[in-house]
Design a protein around this ligand. Sequence first.
Ligand SMILES: [Zn+2]
Ligand SMILES: [Zn+2]
Length: 275
Amino acid sequence: MELQAIRSQHPELTTAVDMHLELLALQRRVQGRVTLPMLDLSAETLKRHQIEARPLLRFEDIPLDLSDLRLMVRQTADVLRRYGALEQPDYDKAQTLGRDMQLLATVGNWYRSASDRQLAVAGVASVTGNDLGDDTAIGQVIALAMRPFLSRCAEVLQQRSELANWTHAHCALCGGDPDLAVITPSAERHLICGRCALRWKFESLTCPYCRNSDRSKITSFATTDGKYRVYACDVCQRYLKAYDGRRATRPVMPIVDSVATLPLDAAAMQRGYTS
Ligand SMILES: [Zn+2]
Ligand SMILES: [Zn+2]
């Protein structure tokens, strides 16, 4: 319903809204069938992972149903292709991947690429030659196909109060980067994982991508209605959008708010920042 409201207010976003409605319908259908994962979330385990900056969910522990995963990969590619969001060669690759015996291994590599990248940022390891990042076309298909499974896992961790002790800029569950944030009524900023939608508290004026905390090098601007805000970093040139919950009439809805803020992406990119 929120997405349909965006469509009537912003006719220029119709295509994006329709595509996301279809993706959402696919995810909903599978998500209802995903079982909850068995996760060791003892205070001790959480503390150890916080110290090591290591995400909690191992690939092996994700409750994946192979036939549902195949379906998600192929149908996600269908939707993206139909809306012109996937080139023909990438579409063909995704269709092949959806039928491939190696699907699990490939998705495992994609999953682990996030924590490998975090370790590289921390200087613990060098970046491996993985071409399955979330910024590649196939990486995007896999990320969308994995959403129903990962967001079920995130539901389990989201309930835990110990999550408040996680201080890193990447996701405590899956190691993914945040791609949206929400400002709470008490003016805290919570990051939202682009892979599993877990939310966790993070310093308001530190760039989550390069950890720059020099306020003079963070450019922040809001939409005229005050609903959304952009934090752009003048060190790494990346930006993060936030839903301002201080004057909001509903909670943050990551997919809806990502679509509603597409004009904000254009504004940020015009100023020379990248997502
Ligand atoms: Zn995550
Ligand atoms: Zn930065």
